[in-house]
Write a protein that binds this ligand. Structure first.
Ligand code: CMP
Length: 829
């Protein structure tokens, strides 16, 4: 059934969701499903197991409980649109506490499946507060009713207990520890007496398989009064032990949860997971849901079981996060075997689903670095190599050699990732000063440059945008207006990624944003997971968001780093506008070429038209843009206009960006917290990288490089055009080997050489930027992993992506060759 604007209004009015902001609510909209109900039909009956929560969209619904003493029903409440029901069973795993029936005419419900509900709670913990409120109000109302029937029940129970001897009476009281008095459970507690106990319980009104809330409560209270609370707790724990021994985990676990200290409960849950024969998953899963990741991380089996549950529910990123945490705990306690099992599972999960820890999905502002996996031995060896380089640097007298050795040591450390990037960068900086290559002023010059401030400002703008919800809205609007025809749809997604460049200047952030949009389109087209058309949409959005970052000067810190490496004169020439003009043909060729390549590789069948209802619903839930959002939009437009006009105003792009960040602060789109959350690790690395380039010039290394290269390349007969292609190939290889450091290292090397053989350094760095985000080996490209995970792995598999990556190389090399005449025309070659 379709979702409409009316549903959007409804979702905004639901008490349960009152604590959620509109972005979160729009995500809820993607989770619910509308169900039509006929008048008089029963939604569920008291005592049934519960697996979903409902929101009344239309019609009236009655909530009824059966009274224990008679066959009559009492109305607890009447629910109208906006009310929620079915939450109790979902949260407590008790059977449905009441029957719900539709009353007048046809009605409509929005259904939220159990697993989706928990997924939502995981993302929006604030939900728990409002649910607790609803629960407590309802429980209070029900308590009233209980009081009324209490009197009658007490007399029945008294009668039954009066007819048995004291020993049996005590057993009956003790049996009330059980939520369900099934024969196996009674046998586990009372052995040969079980049958007799069951009979007397029956006289009190308790029969197996039926909810007996009030009677149990009365028995429990009596036991507590007569034997004391302490005895009660102790008995409950002993009983839980017996039940667990008998393999009755669904009876034992609630007792541990209610009556034992938390750690005893967790330990029992661990025994449950390890039990042989293993209990059915539904006996354990509800209790795993009630644990925090932190609690289970200490126990490998629990951690593995809970991670499996996450994975089953389509949240591999959460699974991975938990496994990594458990691995951390295992390593701290030196549990080698456990660590082994966990890392095997992490490897399997990463390969199977391409998941990345959930943190990376927060619009990628804190990029989770894809860690290259080195065996401890290899890693130790590489650390040794780095140390040897560093030691040699202190020994050699020639400054250029010393500089090169120190840089080599830093590169090794960057690549093996033993220390954060920032720490290695600072180490490099310190080593220059200690070896007398430069003084503190020279070493930190990078941080004082406008480039550095430019990047700082850009990351700030990115943070402000991610917080405002603006791009999410623009994305939704865009796919709503999506043209018909798969080619154009894929093209729109690709173009969106490219055009977002100056607005969200972090490739990972764009990937995290456009991948869900592509998923939305695929769902609206009713495509199957990973079918060719889905792969085309997903990979088109990825290529636009990631590999095409070269189109704008400020589409990525990598571009700005490359820009920072250019000689001052070249930098002067390539302001924001000139960069765009010179890069446009290459971008056009690669964009169109990739689309054609994707169609050739996957040969998708085109299909039905877009179903736009859910998109419309998500938009409607977002509502009209808030003042803050509008202000952010204005700030962005002004900033981009500023970049366009900067040359004429005599400003540079960095200054414009800084004014933009200021405006974001003043309009409340940025605050101290978001500033703290910037990727400082990268910013520190970036500052040192700029110093590296300055130092190379000061030490005369650039001249050295260009002189040697000039003769060498001339001897080999390398023309400017082949030089550009050569750089591209080296960059592809380097991207796989040393990842994100490619721009810095290859850039440092090719900039001086390029001028020497008559190629503008700008063209040289362009060849690097066009190839540096290369995803042939997924694990080495964090941006790609984020795109894949943000599409929940449902649009394409890694194998499909790898086929596309191969085709993409061909496209990029051809496009570079085709762009050469244009660059010649611009006088760049
Ligand atoms: P659940 O126990 O899953 O199934 C029956 C539902 O009836 C229950 O969740 C609540 O959502 C709802 N319910 C129970 N008691 C009340 C009450 N007093 N008022 C309104 N709704 C109730």
């Amino acid at each position: 059934m379709g979702l409409t604007g009316a549903h959007a209004e409804l979702l905004q009015k639901v008490d349960l969701f009152a604590g959620l902001d509109r972005m979160a609510l729009a995500q809820v909209a993607a989770f619910v499903e509308a169900v039509a109900v006929e008048g008089g039909s029963t939604i569920f009956r008291q005592g049934e197991p519960g697996d979903a929560l409902f929101i009344v969209a239309r019609g009236r619904f009655g909530v009824f409980v059966a009274l224990p003493e008679s066959n009559t029903e009492v109305r607890l409440a009447t629910l109208s649109p906006g009310d929620v029901f079915g939450e109790m069973a979902l949260l407590t795993d008790e059977p449905r506490s009441a029957t719900v029936r539709s009353e007048d005419g046809t009605g409509e419900l929005l259904k939220l499946e159990r697993s989706r509900f928990f997924e939502l709670v995981r993302r929006e913990p604030a939900l728990i507060h409002s649910i607790a409120g609803t629960l407590i109000r309802r429980l209070q109302a029900n308590a009233q009713l209980i009081l009324q029937s209490e009197h009658f029940i007490v007399s029945v129970v008294e009668g039954a207990l009066g007819r048995v001897d004291p020993a049996r009476r005590r057993q009956i009281l003790e049996a009330s520890v059980l939520d369900d008095v099934g024969p196996e459970a009674l046998a586990a507690l009372f052995g040969a007496d079980a049958a007799e106990v069951a009979r007397t319980l029956g006289e009190c009104g308790i029969v197996p398989g039926q909810p007996a809330g009030p009677v149990l409560r009365i028995l429990r209270e009596r036991l507590e009064r007569e034997l004391g609370a302490e005895y009660w707790q102790e008995f409950a724990q002993t009983a839980a032990g017996h039940l667990a021994e008998a393999g009755l985990w669904s009876a034992a676990l609630p007792l541990y949860a209610r009556h034992a200290p938390r750690d005893v409960f967790i330990a029992a849950l661990g025994r449950g997971v390890r039990a042989a024969p293993p209990p059915a998953p539904e006996q354990i899963a509800p209790w795993l849901d009630r644990t925090s990741d932190e609690e289970v991380a200490q126990d490998v089996d629990l951690a593995l079981a809970k991670a499996a549950l996450y994975e089953e529910r389509g949240a591999p990123a959460a699974a991975l996060l938990l496994l990594e945490r458990a691995l951390g705990a295992a390593l701290t306690d030196q549990r080698a075997l456990d660590a082994r099992r966990l890392s095997d599972e992490i490897a399997r999960l990463t390969l199977a689903t391409g998941a990345e820890p959930a943190g990376a999905l927060q619009y990628g502002l804190q990029p989770a670095r894809a860690r290259r996996v080195f065996r401890p031995g290899t890693r130790a060896l590489l650390v040794g190599v780095a140390l040897a380089f560093a030691a040699a640097a202190f020994a050699v007298p020639a400054p250029p050699a010393r500089f090169g050795l120190l840089l080599a040591a830093a590169v090794v450390l960057w690549v093996i990732d033993v220390l954060p990037n920032a720490a290695v960068s600072l180490l490099l900086l310190a080593s220059w000063i200690l070896t007398g290559l430069t003084d503190i002023g020279g070493a930190t010059a990078g941080f004082g440059s406008t480039n550095w401030l430019f990047v700082l400002a850009l990351l700030g703008i990115a943070a402000a945008i991610a917080r405002s919800g603006l791009l999410f809205r623009i994305g939704l609007l865009l796919i709503r207006r999506m043209p018909q025809g798969l080619f154009w749809q894929a093209g729109t997604l690709l173009l969106t990624g490219v055009l977002l460049g100056p607005f969200l200047p972090v490739a990972m952030g764009r990937a995290a944003l456009t991948a869900p949009l592509a998923l939305g389109v695929a769902q609206a087209l009713r495509l199957e997971d990973r079918e060719p058309a889905a792969a085309v949409l997903g990979l088109a959005s990825w290529i636009g968001a990631g590999p095409m970052l070269f189109a704008f000067l400020n589409a990525s810190p990598a571009c700005l780093l490359a820009w920072g490496l250019l000689p001052a004169a070249t930098r002067q020439r390539f302001d924001w506008v000139q960069w765009l003009i010179a890069a446009a043909p290459l971008a056009l060729l690669i964009g169109v070429g990739s689309l054609i390549a994707l169609f050739l590789v996957f040969r998708p069948r085109t299909r039905a038209v877009l179903a736009r209802d859910r998109l419309a619903l998500q938009l409607a839930v977002l509502g009209p843009p808030s003042q803050r959002e509008l202000a952010m939009a204005a700030v962005l437009l002004l900033t981009v206009a500023g970049w366009l006009a900067a040359p004429r105003l005599g400003l540079d792009a960095g200054t414009v960006a800084i004014l933009g960040v200021l405006a974001a602060f003043l309009t409340g789109n940025l605050d101290g917290r978001s500033l703290r959350d910037l990727d400082w690790n990268y910013l520190i690395f970036y500052g040192v990288a700029l110093s590296v380039s300055g130092l190379m010039g000061a030490l005369g290394i650039e001249r050295l490089l260009s002189d040697t290269a000039r003769t060498f390349l001339a001897d080999l007969g390398i023309t400017p055009a082949t030089f550009v292609l050569l750089i591209a190939v080296m960059s592809l290889l380097a991207a796989v080997a040393i990842g994100e450091q490619t721009v810095l290292l290859l850039g440092l090397a090719v900039v001086p050489i390029a001028s020497a053989i008559g190629v503008s350094p700008w063209v040289a760095v362009m060849a690097i930027l066009a190839t540096v985000v290369y995803w042939l080996i997924p694990a080495t490209t964090p941006e790609y992993l984020v795109a894949h995970a943000a599409a929940e792995g449902r649009l394409y598999s890694h194998a499909q992506a790898q086929r596309a990556a191969l085709a993409h190389v061909a496209v990029v090399l051809a496009a570079l060759a085709l762009a050469v005449p244009f660059w010649r025309y611009l006088g760049l070659m």
